[in-house]
Structure formats: C-alpha cells, structure tokens
Design a protein around this ligand. Structure first.
Ligand SMILES: [Cu+2]
Length: 162
C-alpha cells in the first residue's frame, strides 16, 4: 500500500493551487497581490507554521518591486487609517497562523518593476530567519473584494487603498 500512497502524493502535487506554497513547517495559502496604482501594490495571504516554535517573517524579497516592506495599518487621529512599517516582523505562532489582510498586516511592494495586471504572478522569497525561507508565487487579483468585516473607511473619510 505504500506504493499506492506515494503515487497518490505524486498525483496530488500538481493540484496545488496558485497562491499556495509550503517549505518544511512553513506554508502560505490563499495568497494574492493587488495594486491600485502603477507604482505600488500589496500582498495578502494566510501564513501557517506547523512547527513547534514561533517563526517570524523578517523580510521579503521579490523581483516585482524595488522594495518589499512589512506594513500594517493603524488608526491615527480622527479615525484616519495609515500604514506603518513593522520593524519587528510578523510572528507566526507555533502551530498557528498569521493573516495578512486588507486593512491589516501586509507585504508592501514599492517601486513596481511593472504594473500588476490581473493574471500575472508575483514571486516572493519570505525570510523567516532561523526558521528558514519560503518561496511563494501569488496571482495578481485586482478585483478581489476586501473581507466585509474589515471596513476601509470610517465616517465617510476617504482612505488610500492599495
Ligand atoms: Cu502598505
């Protein structure tokens, strides 16, 4: 029966959908990139850590932009949300997940080498320090709607989207 399960595993590998990647205990699911202008974009995904110790995403490299930074949104004065760089990185707890989502933590792409067109892909190298690196390719989906639970503006105040 071992032969059968190996054959099954080999059959299933090509079925891994775009926006999914795994390496060791680290994996990424439901990843996508989008942008609202030709210069900048952002990547969203669920990060998974199946290992026994916490892993922190410390840096991201990509050929699709001059700079990739770890950003989050926070509420500033008067309910206006603004983006700030997260120097400490995003920690994915042991056996847990960390969500990169619209209006929250995200990977910011600045100085796009080419506009993000629907159907294109963005290749990323996620550096988790001692936990290793994760290679991932995510599709561009500029039409994806934000989760309904994450309001993008307050009191009608306009907010910069990306
Ligand atoms: Cu940002």
């Amino acid at each position: 029966m071992k032969t059968l399960s190996l054959a099954l595993a080999a059959f299933m590998l090509p079925l891994a959908s775009a926006g999914f990647a795994a390496e060791g205990d680290l994996s990424l699911s439901d990843g996508y990139a989008r942008s609202s202008n030709p210069k900048a974009g952002a990547v969203f995904a669920m990060l998974h850590n199946a290992g026994g110790s916490d892993c922190t995403l410390q840096a991201v490299a990509t050929d699709s932009a001059e700079v990739a930074e770890l950003h989050t949104h926070e509420h500033g004065a008067h309910g206006v949300m603004r983006m700030t760089k997260v120097e400490a990185g995003f920690t994915v707890p042991a056996g847990g997940t960390h969500l990169l989502e619209r209006g929250g933590d995200h990977i910011m792409l600045m100085g796009l080498t080419a506009p993000l067109e629907n159907g294109a892909e963005v290749a990323l190298t996620l550096d988790f320090g001692d936990c290793g690196t994760l290679q991932a390719t995510v599709p561009v989906d500029n039409d994806r709607q934000a989760e309904a639970a994450a309001p993008m503006a307050h009191d009608g105040a306009p907010m910069t989207q990306h």
